[in-house]
Design a protein around this ligand. Sequence first.
Ligand SMILES: Nc1ncnc2c1ncn2[C@@H]1O[C@H](COP(=O)(O)OP(=O)(O)O)[C@@H](O)[C@H]1O
Ligand SMILES: [Mg+2]
Length: 250
Amino acid sequence: MLKIKDLHASVDDKEILRGINLEIKAGEVHAIMGPNGSGKSTLASVIAGNERFEVTQGSIELSGEDLEEVSPEERAHKGVFLSFQYPVEIPGVSVTNFMKTAINESRKARGLEDMPAKDMLKLIREKSELLEIDRKFLSRSLNEGFSGGEKKRNEIFQMAMLEPKVAILDETDSGLDIDALRIVASGVNKLKSKDNAVILITHYQRLLEYIVPDFVHVLHNGKIVKSGGKELALELEEKGYDWLKQETAV
Ligand SMILES: Nc1ncnc2c1ncn2[C@@H]1O[C@H](COP(=O)(O)OP(=O)(O)O)[C@@H](O)[C@H]1O
Ligand SMILES: [Mg+2]
């Protein structure tokens, strides 16, 4: 589904990603861990096509298509979803209306008509029930005065509605409280299927107690220095990142 080969990326001529290889198949959950500044968020941005970063070498393929010339918007329409680290507040635009617009934009880009209102309502009802999101929340202004947990709820709702092929969740926020953590975890667990893949970026092992990844990769200095199964996360928790720094220095 997503194939990353020897990916190098820079910002302002500073190389941040230094040869990433990663293959993600449908149905898989991959966790990307690593110390602060190792390039986790950069990797997420580069996959999503953020033009702030320059890909200097290597490639990213989505379902066999090279994404090099594909704009961030088109990538989103093709099924790449990146959660926003710092969501914008849009006063006067409800969670629901924002979502309706996003869905219809995406349909338009694929040459489809707007989704009939009846179908839209049905979809909203289905997804909000699945995620146990109440009506009141859906009519609130986007991100206005949202708590950490509510921001996460909104993010997961967006993911549910857009049904991405590859969802990238960048959980950098060390302030993620237990409530927010549970919302993300239960959302991801309910939304993952054999047809989609999830990349879960997290600094902490905690989230992985709730979402069991199929693979764990550790990023350090812009490279994946170790990959393994879910037990790798536990090992990291136990030994800390210094353990890897020592290993990789040799
Ligand atoms: N927009 C940017 N401009 C300049 N440097 C950046 C930018 N984004 C990231 N970096 C640098 O790239 C490195 C990796 O950052 P980041 O990808 O945010 O790491 P992580 O998410 O693993 O903490 C850091 O040294 C950071 O300072
Ligand atoms: Mg980050």
